[in-house]
Design a protein around this ligand. Sequence first.
Ligand SMILES: [Zn+2]
Length: 107
Amino acid sequence: MKLTEDQKQTLLKRVKELAGSPHKCALCASDEWLVSDIVFQLTEFIDGSFMLVGGAVIPVIPMTCAKCANTLLLNAVTLGIVEPGQPEPETSPASAPADAETPETKQ
Ligand SMILES: [Zn+2]
């Protein structure tokens, strides 16, 4: 899912609020980050099955260090970018709402 201009502004504002500025990379200490304008999704691993039906889904926005490529995955629901349970175009209707727990992204 591509972010709208409003969603991009909200994302950048929330990242600055939460991470501070400049936020240094945990691996190389660079403070140059590339924030994706596309929402990806993590899907639940179910016994080695690659079928995309059922299971939990977490919408995430990658934030990548421009120097070393260390990548943080920001939970789009927790950031207020995506509404919990908002359907994704490519997602099966059988998929669970995107309200799973937030992965730890601070370092
Ligand atoms: Zn880095």
